[in-house]
Design a protein around this ligand. Sequence first.
Ligand code: DAH
Length: 345
Amino acid sequence: MKSLSQEINIIKEELITAIASVTNETSLEAVRIAFLGRKGKIVDLMEQLKSLPVEEKKIIGPLLNLLKTEIQEKLDTREILLKKEVVAKRNLLQKNFDVSAYKHNELKGTSHIYTQIIADLEDVFISMGYDIADGPEVENEYYNFESLNIPADHPARDAEDSFFLEKKGMLLRTQCSNIQARAMEKSQPPIAIFSPGRVYRQEATDQTHDFLFTQAEILLVDKNISVSNLLATAHTFLRKIFNNESLEIRVRPGFFPFVEPGLEIDASCPFCISGCSVCKHTRWIELLGTGMVHPNVLRSSGIDPIIYSGFAFGMGIERIAMIKYGINDIRLFHSSKIKFLNQFS
Ligand code: DAH
């Protein structure tokens, strides 16, 4: 029979071989159990130690304790190494990438061209002291027509031109001017508002017409407001929007029931000096409907036209964008065509 000290040496050898064969945490744990577990080799030797004479116990006992510590240390060292190996393997895998792998084209979002033009206009009008005002798209006939001096027999009120709803007297607003009437009713002058929003008209669509488009309405009411304030404001904001300090404006008479006098403002073509396709070789581009707010409109909103006067503008956001960016079809704006939209990122 082998002596205990011989067995200690054998166990040491076995441990070296066992640890050398460890490849992962499970096999390391198996070695730990085989040597230090409840039914392991060390416990077995401890049992045998009990039957030895006292003198031998004194020698072998400490040797066994030493062996136990040694095994523990070897297992711990192996465990640390194992963890390092796992990390190193993972790092290696991460570095190995396939350069020929298919890459998805990233879809980068951008704000819609409407949002961009409206934000630019808002910046200009906020810098001139205007507030931003909003109003409902589902409107009643009073705010869409009557309060704006558009009587019941006006052709604009024809069911052919507007989207009337089943609920009597309600429609999808045909213009953003409805916001004027609501703003004037709510507060007394001075009133200075910029109000962008969607409008709806029942019309056949083509490159320059759509049943849904976007307008912005501008209203200033105060004491002593005159046509010259109107012209200066139009001139200033058009120069800023088209980023062209030498842009000129031209004024023609126009008719809109809610203004008197009514005017139309054209801007000199920002792209040419002698005619081009954008201005259809006329050098001028029609841009704004405008005028001095009709006394009837002021009166119906509770504002005294003897004391106050004001001007209002209406413009098509798409029209501004189409001219600014050379877009040739208004229907593209809400087509959701990514190719179109991405151009404005
Ligand atoms: N609401 C008019 C339209 O939709 C545009 C307009 C014209 C607005 C003249 C105005 C204005 O405020 O004074 O065609």
